[in-house]
Design a protein around this ligand. Structure first.
Ligand code: NAD
Ligand code: 3PG
Length: 398
């Protein structure tokens, strides 16, 4: 059990370069200090935090982006640290690169450009050589071809809708599709009832799911064998979704025509017909700024009011902040936690003005606003009393 004391100055540490717009959100009572051993909050992009020690003041980690597989989320949950991400903030950037590489690879553009560069030094022969050589790079149009989209979240839905506009047939597979996304998805996107159906019918497959225990290795020998020979696979999600040992032979045999990946590594770089992109999906000014600002605002709001929006481990919870004292407690999702917190408050003769309690799997979050003016001297004892309740993970009095 940790006791977190509200301090006047909050320290924010960044583990990657975060866009200025995001950093500018932190003014007055905030200090940006990348060398700080014990920050109140951390902002990052793809930095791998798995072997990092946490300081005892850490309250929040915000991923300026979508994927959180670089953060030890379960450990954070156990320690009452809220992990945020920025849903949809980089989706347009990824969509544009998916469509760019879909078309460019279908037209053999990457190989064609690389070959053309080799003609440097051929002086007045260049145009003759170009005309003679271009037949090696004859491509295929995407219009009328079928694109399979696995994962119809923020990115997948944008890709699916725009691929329709480019004249493609689109099949989508997402057993966990959210209501919001379903509303935004064109009714012309055909629904695959099984992933096998999508594999069997797609000329191009693009995957937009998080890397988890269940999605890891979803592209493997068994699933390649279901696909149309020559299929192009686009992976702008995570390298781990593809079993690379199986991808090599699939490319050699031509079952997979091309593998476009935003997550190259030494193995993949050695394979023919791989188009390696240096993790550029979210790398646009607009997306970096969007993600940074969203991440920073969520952290600031949480530190100042306790309100949670876009957390991946704790429930979203919000109460209008009145500026009087607020108890914000993370605890196990077990009976009578709220009762015990309110009993602790009444033992200090404190009356409740408003409250919210939200749960998510094994944990829950309770915020209680106090009606009385609270004498600052009693705060440590109140905090201690709440922290003594079995099942409390952390408490802040804001
Ligand atoms: N290349 C990049 O720079 C870049 C940028 C942003 C996101 N990403 C990656 O893309 C992933 C998706 O991003 P997003 O913003 O669309 O996330 P999102 O949460 O909006 O969408 C993910 C979708 O995947 C679906 N899903 C989960 N498991 C599935 C399964 N087994 N089969 C089918 N669908 C499944 C979910 O229901 C959800 O609709 C991220 O988790 C991240 O790993 C990469
Ligand atoms: O999950 C994400 O948002 C992307 O992979 C982007 O990663 P980046 O912020 O390191 O570019």
């Amino acid at each position: 059990m940790n006791t977190i004391m509200l301090e006047k100055m909050n320290t924010i540490k960044t583990l990657n370069v975060i866009s200025e717009g995001g950093l500018n959100v932190f003014k007055n009572n905030y200090k940006l200090d990348d060398d700080h051993e014990n920050p109140d909050a951390i902002l990052l992009r793809s930095f791998n935090m798995h072997s990092m020690e946490f300081g005892n003041k850490l309250k929040a980690i915000a991923r300026a982006g979508a994927g959180v597989n670089n953060i030890p989320v379960d450990k954070c949950t156990d320690e009452g640290i809220v992990v945020f991400n920025t849903p949809g903030a980089n989706a347009n950037a990824v969509k544009e690169l998916v469509l760019t590489t879909l078309m460019a690879s279908s037209r053999n553009l990457f190989d064609g450009v690389a070959w053309t560069k080799t003609l440097t030094g051929e002086s007045d022969q260049v145009s003759k050589l170009v005309e003679a050589g271009k037949k090696q790079f004859v491509g295929k149009e995407i219009r009328g071809k079928t694109l399979g989209v696995i994962g119809l979240g923020a990115i997948g839905a944008l890709v699916a809708n725009d691929a329709l506009d480019l004249g493609m047939e689109v099949i989508g597979f997402d057993p966990f599709i959210s209501v919001d996304t379903a509303w935004n998805l064109s009714s012309h996107v055909q629904r695959a009832m099984t992933i096998e159906e999508l594999f069997a019918n797609s000329d191009f497959i693009t995957v937009h799911v998080p890397f988890t225990d269940t999605t890891g290795g979803m592209f493997n020998q068994a699933t390649f064998s279901l696909m149309k020979p020559g299929v192009h696979i686009l992976n702008f999600s995570r390298g781990e979704l593809v079993n690379e040992k199986d991808m090599g032979p699939a490319l050699e045999s031509g079952i997979v025509g091309k593998y476009i990946t935003d997550f190259p590594n030494e193995n993949v770089l050695k394979m023919d017909n791989v188009i390696p992109i240096p993790h550029l999906g979210a790398s646009t000014k607009e997306s970096e700024e969007n993600c940074a600002m969203m991440a920073a605002r969520q952290v600031k709001d949480f530190l100042e009011t306790g309100n949670i929006k876009n957390s991946v481990n704790y429930p979203n919870a919000s109460l209008p902040y009145t500026g009087k004292r607020r108890v914000a407690a993370f605890h196990k999702n077990v009976p009578n936690m709220v009762g015990q917190i309110t009993t602790a408050l009444s033992s200090f003769n404190l009356n409740i003005a408003d409250m919210v309690n939200r749960s998510r799997e094994g944990y829950a979050y309770t915020m209680v606003d106090i009606e009385n003016d609270v004498n600052g001297d009693i705060i440590p004892s109140l905090e201690e009393k709440i922290n003594q309740i079995e099942g409390i993970v952390t408490t802040r009095i804001i």
